[in-house]
Design a protein around this ligand. Structure first.
Ligand code: SF4
Length: 450
């Protein structure tokens, strides 16, 4: 029964719920004027998280689902950094309160494509613009293939505390099929260099469901990754959406593992990591028991944001750069995706918001339910409704999609508590979807449930 149910749901296309509502609901009804007004209305006492997007890479990996473009020269990168500096100043001008920073994340693309001196001065600019809390985490995504010693020195000097390394697979045939050839030695050298410089937090990103991948090749990748003892791993299923990401057309659909094979790969990786002492965090993260993420999960304080699972409790997320998404108590905003348009608007002195979404009280309630399910695999409706000053309803009356999930054994419902069955945890997105008022609406660009 379990496998049959898992396989049946595994092919559903579902959001990853890194926000609620999810980005297909964002629209032009929220733009630069609303964002400025929202920033100006931020109350004292809030903390912020910053996200800086760098949408450039030296080459394109065929599986990539990020907003990025290939830059062979440094000119466009330097112009982009100039736009980033201007955007940071524009946003700061609109904020009227002191906004201490608890977390800074550089994502991409490949943030370490910046010249090291530009990275150093961008880090200084952010620290001069916003007051950083002493315990602030400063994290950056790294491509080990192009990481230089000078960059590691600049990152350490700028106070970077955590590095997230793209690994995906150590299988040479898989690497060739995804246009990302990266030797184990390159990854090992990057880890050693970061740790030597004092950057102790090391995450690896792995992917299953890639062309030519098998359970054996996934397990071999895990075994090799574990020799480097990262303190966290993220393990994602490859999302094949070639209509949306044109470079993915270079991956032949016939070479992709099918739903049951993907499920076997995900389960084999999870079991290997758990045997090695890692705790499973939410849907797709793994952390050593002493890691703050494992501690947050045990305490029920784990959060979910655009980077996935996080320990970051900040009330405000300010996004900088093309396509960056921000979250304020009032709602979400997203910057222009096309780099030229982003830079043009910033040069004109505008905050470059392309679209957004103003949250209603109903959205906030559903967002809370979905975040707890995604983080804890269970949610107590009385507790969440109580936080939103509303009486708790009967679960299946308020959220009818829970009925079939309960009938299939995916969830257990008891006294207003909805809990994902242990063997059904890979289907947590299907459970979150039961609380989503927009389910089934909007373009079908989501990835498989498993
Ligand atoms: S390095 Fe990362 S962001 Fe760049 S193309 Fe590859 S997967 Fe995408």
């Amino acid at each position: 029964m379990t496998t049959e149910v898992l396989v049946r749901y595994a092919d559903e296309r579902l959001p990853r719920y890194t926000s609620y509502p999810t980005s297909p609901q964002f629209g032009p009804q929220v733009g630069a004027n609303e964002y400025r007004a929202w920033l100006g209305a931020l109350a004292p006492g809030l903390t912020a998280s910053l996200y800086v997007h760098v949408p450039f890479c030296r080459s394109m990996c065929w599986y990539c689902g990020c907003h990025t473009t290939v830059a062979r020269r440094d000119g466009p990168i330097e112009s982009y950094v100039a736009a980033l500096r201007r955007e940071i100043a524009l946003v700061r001008e609109s904020v009227r309160v002191r906004l201490p920073v608890a977390h800074l994340h550089f994502g991409g693309g490949t943030p370490t494509i910046l010249p090291p001196e530009e990275m150093g001065s961008l880090l200084s600019l952010l620290r001069d613009t916003f007051p950083f809390l002493p315990e602030a985490e400063v994290a950056i995504e790294i491509d080990p293939r192009t990481l230089t010693e000078d960059m590691v020195v600049a990152l350490a000097a700028g106070g970077v505390t955590r590095a997230s390394l793209g690994v995906q697979s150590f299988d040479a045939a898989v690497q060739k099929a995804i246009n990302r050839v990266q030797t184990f030695e390159e990854t090992a050298a990057a880890v050693a260099s970061l740790r030597r410089a004092g950057i102790q937090g090391v995450n690896f990103d792995l992917i299953y469901g890639l062309p030519g991948q098998t359970v054996a090749s996934c397990l071999d990748t895990v075994a090799r990754a574990l020799t480097l003892r990262p303190d966290r791993l993220s393990v994602f299923g490859y999302a094949h959406v070639p209509s949306f990401k044109k470079h993915q057309r270079k991956i032949r659909e016939a070479d992709l593992p099918d739903g049951p094979a993907r499920l076997r790969q995900a389960e084999a990786i999870a079991a290997a990591l758990e045997r090695a002492g890692y705790r499973r965090i939410g849907l797709d993260h793994y952390a050593l028991p002493s890691d703050p993420m494992a501690v947050a999960q045990a305490r029920g304080t784990l959060r979910r944001n655009f980077q996935g699972y996080t320990t970051d409790p900040a009330d405000v997320l300010l996004g900088f750069g093309a396509s960056a998404i921000g979250r304020l108590p009032q709602g979400y905003v997203q910057n222009e995706v096309v780099i030229a348009r982003y830079a043009e608007r910033v040069a004109a002195g505008e905050v470059p918001i392309a679209k957004g979404y103003a949250l209603t009280d109903e959205d906030r309630l559903r967002a809370d339910l979905i975040e707890r399910v995604m983080c804890d695999f269970k949610v107590d409706l009385a507790e969440v409704f109580g936080r939103h000053r509303r009486p708790a309803p009967r679960p299946t009356e308020a959220f009818p999609a829970l009925g079939p999930l309960a009938a299939d054994g995916v969830v257990r419902i008891d006294h207003g508590r909805v809990e994902v069955a242990a063997s059904m945890k890979p289907l947590v997105r299907a459970v979150a979807c039961a609380f989503d008022a927009y389910r089934g609406l909007g373009p079908r660009t989501h990835s498989r449930a498993v």
